[in-house]
Structure formats: C-alpha cells, structure tokens
Design a protein around this ligand. Structure first.
Ligand code: GDP
Ligand code: MG
Ligand code: ZN
Length: 326
C-alpha cells in the first residue's frame, strides 16, 4: 500500500456557500476545503450536503502534498452521521437544512423576557433533538433580567414547572451580566461538541464570548425599535474552547419546520406525554379524539401544560402539511 491512499479525515468547522473550513480535531488547524462536482450522498435532500460537525475525507489537489493553509483541499466523502439536527428550510418546502451533525449536546438558549419565549419554536427544536438522537438541555440566559422583575420571575417559574417539572428537561440559568451559571456552562461543554441554538437575540454569541474571550464574536444590541434581534451571525461556525471542547454558534433561526416524523411517534418525543400514554384506552392513540385518552385527561387536570399540548397538535398539522413555524 502506498501512503497516498491513506485516508485523510477532518471535521467541518464552517460552511459558507460552497466554501468549507476543516480542522483535524482535536487539533485546531483550520484549513479551507471545497467540493468538486457532485458529492453523492444517500438519504434526504438537503440544501447543504455537508454540515458543520460532519466528518469528511479529503485529498490534496495534485502537486500539493500537504495543507499549506491557503490552497483548498478537496472533500471526497462524508462519514455516516452519528446524529444531526435538521429543519425544513421554508414553508411547504421539501428541502431540508441540516443545522449541525455529530453533536454531543445541544443547548437551547431561551430568554424569558427579551426576546420572549416562542413556544412553538422551542418545542419543535426539542422534539427534533429527541427524534434525531441529540441530547438537549435548556439554558435560560439573561437570568439577571428575571430576578430583577417580579412578573418576569413568575413567568420563569411557570416555564420551569412545565419544562423541568413536567417534561423533565435540565435547565441551566445563566447571565452574561452577573456571571450566573457560567462555570456550570463551561463544565457542561468540556470535551464536547456543543450546539448553541435559539432565537436571535437570546445571547448565544455573548455566552460563547464568555467561554472563550479570544473569539470576540459580534453581538447585537437588540434595544432597537421592534425588539428584533439583528442577524449578526450569518453562518454556522464551530469555535474552540480554551480547555477542551467546541461550540457551534448558529445564526438566529426564524422558524423551525419539523421533518419527517411519523405521526404515531410524535407524542413519544414529548416526555410528559410518553409517561402517561400507556394508560390510554386505545393503542395506538393520537391523543386527540379517542375516548379514555390519558394525555387529554392530564391536560384537563393541568398535569400536562396546555401550551405543550397545543404545540403537539400544531406539529401534527405541520407534519402533514409540510409547514414551517415561526
Ligand atoms: N441583560 C443581559 N443581556 C444579555 C445577556 N446575554 C446577552 N445579552 C445581550 O443580548 C443582546 C443579544 O446578544 P447576542 O449574543 O448577540 O445574541 P444572539 O443573537 O443569540 O447571538 C446583546 O445586546 C447582549 O449584550 C445577559 O445575560 N443579560
Ligand atoms: Mg449571535
Ligand atoms: Zn391518548
């Protein structure tokens, strides 16, 4: 065997249009890459054949023996994904978009007050993580603004009852302003590939800057007219953390369409529904119209939140209609 046939592999750390940046993780040595021609990929049709976190094989262009940092290498194949997070690219579209692949942990960053929590969005994200095998935790950022206001505090308590108490998700409270939870966040990310996701303006880039001050990522001031976070991150990018671990910053995702979930499986991705569905009179039960449905009973009794149940009903509809929700 000649050494030329040795496989060279690296991880995709950035993707903009048809340009990629790779690194030989765990080493951090970013170098450019391109795809030549069509890369045959099995499975779903996506707007991006290769996503951040993908492990790829590459070769050097003829005559160049090693990475010189400037000349792009050529990506020749993508390794099977351990998991990934996928969403519908636009309303009624059959085109899908992979946000990231081979993720050890997804952190869904939310804020209680500013911007306000968009329930359909976060429930779609949580369901997608469960369906595609990505462990997920919730980060409530800007916790300084929660403790500063009684009303916001009440909204947070309700949020915690529903997502932690009923659904069982871990919630980490953080604040970039007073440092709450930052050590725990650093600990959570150690040695892992972590995706930070969430609406624009919740503080994803600010959190990454605290974890690695050398990055100095742009953050947006959202105190402008309509409380809309500006899109300061325009592409998905993985960043190294000082000790060990990597975080993937995502641009503000405006909507999230769930992809290819079987209707009879959907409720199993809501932990609080899954827990009681064994008590439904019928199997399978869609938890909509069936008599003796344990899920509906729990919703009526306030044991399962109406918002979460409504998210479930909305997803059943979207799934059949191919919709994308804001
Ligand atoms: N009060 C407060 N503001 C924060 C906190 N984290 C971020 N911000 C502010 O929220 C705005 C949006 O932050 P950014 O990191 O750009 O959000 P991203 O769109 O999720 O990346 C900026 O003005 C930040 O200064 C926090 O913990 N507390
Ligand atoms: Mg950002
Ligand atoms: Zn039922």
């Amino acid at each position: 065997m000649s050494t030329e046939s040795a496989n060279l592999t690296a991880t995709v750390i950035r993707h903009t249009g048809s340009n990629y940046l790779l690194s030989s993780l765990p080493e951090w040595n970013p170098f450019p890459a391109v795809i030549r021609g069509k890369l045959r990929l099995k499975g779903v049709k996506t707007t991006n054949p290769i996503a951040v976190g993908d492990i790829v094989e590459y070769r050097y262009e003829s005559g160049i023996e090693q990475v010189d940092g400037n000349t792009p290498v050529v990506i020749t194949s993508v390794a099977p994904r351990r998991n990934y997070i996928i969403r519908r690219a636009a309303n009624l579209s059959r085109q899908y978009h992979i946000i990231a692949a081979n993720v050890d942990l997804a952190l869904l960053v939310v804020t209680i007050d500013f911007p306000e929590v968009k329930w359909p969005f976060i429930d779609r994200f949580l369901v997608t993580c469960a369906a595609y095998g990505v462990p997920v935790k919730i980060v409530v950022n800007k916790y300084d603004t929660v403790i500063a206001n009684e009303q916001v505090k009440e909204r947070y308590e309700l949020f915690r009852i529903i997502y932690k108490g009923q659904a069982g998700y871990d919630i980490l409270r953080t604040s970039v302003v007073d440092g709450t939870g930052i050590d725990s966040l650093r600990e959570l990310c150690r040695g892992k590939k972590v995706l930070l996701s969430g609406q624009s303006g919740v503080g994803k880039s600010s959190l990454i800057n605290i974890l690695n001050p050398e990055l100095d990522l742009k953050t947006a001031d959202i105190s402008d007219a309509n409380n809309q976070g500006k899109h300061t991150t325009t592409f998905y990018q993985m960043h190294p953390l000082p000790e060990s671990g990597w975080v993937i910053d995502t641009p503000g995702i405006r909507g999230f369409g769930i992809v290819d979930l079987r209707e009879d499986e959907l409720s199993t991705y809501f932990p609080e529904m899954l827990r009681v569905s064994g008590d439904c009179r019928f199997t399978p039960c869609s938890h909509t119209h069936e008599p003796g449905c344990a899920v509906v009973k729990c919703v009526e009794e306030g044991i399962i939140s109406e918002e979460r149940y409504n998210s479930y009903l909305g997803m059943l509809e979207d799934n059949s209609e191919g919709k994308y929700r804001k």
